[in-house]
Design a protein around this ligand. Structure first.
Ligand code: NI
Ligand code: MN
Length: 227
């Protein structure tokens, strides 16, 4: 699998030539000016929750690529009214098999109001099971004890965890989350984009290293191959 960081909480995961794109927020992100959204590939767009810093570029990328939009029922319905008919609604605890693997929508402790004030339902994260291995995308969340269930039920190859603090769990809590989900390879997200979420990279990497975990803080546009 190949993981590409597009800044903030937007990541692409390529699984055997199928492109999953999580939480597209590129054009409003000053730090991601080098990314051309016309060239970002997507066969599926997965949206964790309704906040603007997770949905800003969904419409334009979905309309260009024809990608299937996967999220909770409220968010999918909101985008359907914008003309995105290729979609798949889910809710917490449910899973569905797609051509690249199985997606389960899991708990996140956060909020989920959409940019126009509409309800974005409840926020979530995703656990994806594929022939190449399983992985977790936390979305925006606090550290929760529910994460232990993910560790018990899945053998995660890697996980994308928010760790910028203030709006989500910070580095210390994310390192505990890595223990709860029993995963040693972590890709950080939701940091450095705004003043409230700036982190010390060296300290963050060391915090994970102390727990024998590897934290990757990818450069925007960088791709990591995970075998
Ligand atoms: Ni959020
Ligand atoms: Mn956010």
């Amino acid at each position: 699998m190949k993981v590409t960081y597009y800044g903030h909480a937007c990541l692409g995961v390529e699984i055997k030539g199928v492109h999953l794109l999580f939480d597209p927020f590129i054009t409003p992100n000053d730090k991601a000016k080098a990314i051309d959204i016309q060239s970002v590939p997507a066969d599926y767009i997965l949206i964790s929750h309704g906040h603007g810093d997770h949905v800003a570029d969904v419409e334009v990328i979905a309309k260009r690529t024809g990608a299937k939009v996967i999220s909770n029922y409220e968010i999918v319905s909101w985008f359907e009214k914008k003309g995105i008919k290729n979609n798949h609604p889910m809710n917490h605890g449910g899973q569905w098999k797609f051509d690249f693997g199985t997606v389960k929508y899991v708990n996140a402790v956060h909020s989920s109001t959409l940019p126009d004030g509409s309800s974005g339902g409840n926020p979530g994260g995703f656990v994806i099971s594929t022939d190449e291995g399983d992985f977790y995308f936390s979305g925006d969340t606090a550290l929760t004890y529910d994460m232990k269930l993910i560790g018990a039920l899945y053998d995660l190859k890697f996980a994308m965890l928010c760790l910028g603090d203030n709006f989500t769990m910070g580095v210390e809590d994310a390192a505990v989350a890595a223990e709860f989900i029993q995963c040693d390879t972590i890709i950080g997200m939701h940091y450095d984009t705004f003043g409230f979420i700036v982190i010390n990279h060296e300290k963050a990497i060391e915090t994970f290293r102390e727990k024998e975990k590897q934290l990757h803080l990818l450069k925007i546009g960088e791709t990591l191959t995970i075998d």
